[in-house]
Structures are given as structure tokens and as C-alpha cells.
Design a protein. Structure first.
Length: 83
């Protein structure tokens, strides 16, 4: 699973936007984009979702058991591919 900061940075670069341009289009302060991409700060979910909606995504609560199950599947598939 990609981290939020890696996901956002990759998507922003794919569409050819600077952090400043992306912040303007997303309607947030430049510092919000910088904090997300650097994994810093304490941002609320509403602000992060406002930014993610630019790419058709949003954050939502996911049960921890689901995350653990997905991580196990990813690990098993990676092991299989590397074998």
C-alpha cells in the first residue's frame, strides 16, 4: 500500500503540476500540499480529502483487520513474484 505522501506526489507529477499550481487548483494553502508530501504536520481528514478529491480519491476509516489482511496478501504476492 502506498503512503499518502507518495501517492499524492506521484499523482501531482503525473499531471505536470507544481506544488503551488496544485494547491491553487485544490483550493488549499501551499503549506497543506507540502505537509502532506513531506509526511509532516497534523492535518485533518477533511482537508486531506479535499486534496485527494482532485484525483477521485478520499480517505475513509478502514477496520484494522482489513488492513492487516491486505498487507499479508501483498507480502505473499511479493514473495511469490520474487521466488
Amino acid at each position: 500500500m502506498k503512503s499518502l505522501q507518495l501517492f499524492l506526489k506521484e499523482k501531482r507529477k503525473q499531471v505536470g503540476l507544481t506544488q503551488t499550481e496544485f494547491a491553487d487548483r485544490a483550493g488549499v494553502a501551499l503549506t497543506v500540499i507540502r505537509k502532506i508530501e513531506q509526511g509532516k504536520g497534523n492535518l485533518n481528514m477533511e482537508t486531506v480529502n479535499h486534496v485527494l478529491l482532485m484525483f477521485g480519491h478520499s480517505l475513509a476509516p478502514v477496520p484494522a483487520k482489513t488492513i492487516e489482511s491486505n498487507q499479508e496478501k501483498d507480502h505473499e504476492e511479493s514473495s511469490r513474484i520474487l521466488s
